[in-house]
Design a protein around this ligand. Structure first.
Ligand code: AMP
Ligand code: ZN
Length: 470
């Protein structure tokens, strides 16, 4: 299995440290708002990679951090006049709800920065002992010049960075590239006691401390969006390797941006849609299929049209599944099997995924199987149940188990139900207006037409209720 490693800038054979165990860390959300569909791309692709490793037989420990203390959280808390903890809790809860709706399987651990203050401080102390960190009046900085390999992940050189760096109004630092490990407490900000005085941790050091605590000082895979290569991941390497003297991570994976209007979708640019809102109109499967149709490292442009196309492609899968289920019920009671080699499709799926998780090709192998099996189903000839069960198992293991794109055969997705409810409410409102305007013909027509679709309207004291007749 080949993985493109940002650190070595080439595709490398994947060799875990302790097979079959694999440690994988993905930078998670800063919980100050609902996450957008650009963040969702990174979370979904991380999930798919993890599921494929499990498919291959690895025992994956998957860790995703929650940044629950930082400037953005503090700003939001101040705007609303509530404690930072309330903001972090509210949006952590929303994060878990939304990833579940996206069919992302829960991580094994979701470490929070505020619950790892001791580990973070230990790491800073080690850096200080090794002379790599310096404390100026309660602000502790990382001294990048003390880490020879600084820049090895991003390919940036310190002198070039220095000349390009904007001169910050922070004359405490020895070098403009030095970054905060421990931030001195400002009035009215959450703070923790420390050997350097009251304060709070910097963002980069959280991820170093939490990943090493849960996966060890050296672990297999670290992933995140492309924007995190520099400075976040570069700094994580400097901190971890600076403190332990050991390699920190063997494979670095970076997800390409989801762009909108030719720019990276981001909160600060304002060109974003929350995942929560997109899920009201599109199913999780269509979002996952849309992401999966592009390689994880390539940029991808967001458009509603592409999501709708994915939705249409899913209808094909759904129809196919329904036909398959019918065939399972009416299969012949013998072991007749058509000329069909399912192994070829597994091989194609695996070859694609083994080549740096090439999901577009893996998805193509699934649609090819559907096309080829449809020919057999449409021929009118029936076979023993094993054939149909084999096809179903293939879809369950690949399309569902790894990619999470198999639509459920129940009456509709969550998104469909919510959407239908909203449409129904519009009709009820119009009918009420018609009645108020004494247009009883229109009011009755709305009632009758909905009745034909199996909805019964019940007028009562508190307005109109709807009952679904099955
Ligand atoms: P944040 O909450 O901003 O720290 O981001 C959470 C994760 O989403 C990180 O791994 C980011 O790199 C990733 N991310 C942010 N914006 C995008 C985007 N437009 N496309 C893909 N990934 C993104
Ligand atoms: Zn991180």
């Amino acid at each position: 299995m080949l993985i493109y490693n940002t650190l070595t800038k080439k595709k490398e054979e994947f060799k875990p440290l302790n097979p079959p165990n694999v440690g994988m860390y993905v930078c998670g959300p800063t919980v100050y708002d609902y996450f957008h569909i650009g963040n969702a791309r990174s979370f979904v692709m991380g999930d798919i990679i993890r599921q494929y490793l499990i498919y291959k037989g690895y025992n994956v420990k998957y860790v995703m951090n929650l940044t629950d203390i930082d400037d953005k959280i503090i700003r939001k808390a101040n705007e609303e006049g509530v404690p930072t903890q309330e903001i972090a809790e509210r949006y952590s809860k929303a994060f878990f709800e939304d990833i579940a709706k996206l069919k992302i399987k829960p991580a094994d651990v979701y470490p929070k920065a505020t619950e790892h203050i001791a580990e973070i401080q230990d790491l800073i102390k080690k850096l200080e002992e090794r002379g790599i960190a310096y404390n100026i009046n309660g602000e502790v900085f990382y001294d990048v010049l003390k880490f020879d390999e600084y820049g090895k992940l991003s390919g940036k050189k310190i002198d070039e960075l220095e000349s390009g760096a904007r001169i910050e109004i922070n004359d405490l630092k020895k070098n403009p590239l030095d970054f905060s490990l421990w931030k001195k407490a400002k009035p009215d900000e959450p703070k923790w006691g420390s050997p350097w005085g009251e304060g709070r941790p910097g963002w980069h050091v959280e991820c170093s401390a939490m990943s090493m605590k849960h996966l060890g000082e050296t672990f297999d895979i670290h992933a995140g969006g492309h924007d995190l290569i520099f400075p976040h991941h570069e700094n994580e390497i400097a901190q971890s390797e600076g403190a332990t003297g050991k390699p920190f991570v063997n494979y670095w994976i970076h997800f390409g941006f989801l762009n909108f209007q030719n720019e990276k979708m981001s909160k600060s640019l304002g060109n974003f849609f929350t995942t929560r809102d997109i899920l009201k109109v599109h199913s999780a499967e269509s979002i996952r299929l849309f992401f999966g149709q592009t390689h994880y490292a390539s940029p991808l442009s967001f458009s509603d049209e592409l999501l709708s196309n994915a939705e249409k492609a899913l209808v094909k899968i759904k129809n196919f599944l329904e036909t398959l289920e019918e065939n399972i019920r009416s299969a012949k009671e013998d072991d007749s099997y058509p000329e069909f080699n399912i192994q070829d499709y597994y091989d194609r799926f695996e070859q694609a995924m083994d080549d740096d998780f090439n999901t577009p090709q893996a998805i193509a192998s699934i649609f090819d199987l559907i096309r080829d099996v449809n020919k057999i189903l449409n021929s009118g000839e029936q076979f023993g149940v094993t054939f149909y069960e084999d096809i179903k198992e293939f879809l369950l293991r690949t399309a569902e188990g790894v990619l999470g794109i198999l639509p459920s055969l129940e009456s509709g997705t969550m998104a469909d139900t919510e959407f239908t409810d909203k449409l129904l409410q519009i009709l009820i409102d119009i009918r009420l207006k018609a009645k108020q305007e004494k247009n009883y013909a229109l009011a009755d027509e709305i009632r009758n037409r909905l009745n034909e679709l199996g909805f019964v309207l019940l007028d009562g004291k508190d307005g109109t209720k709807i009952r679904r007749e099955q």
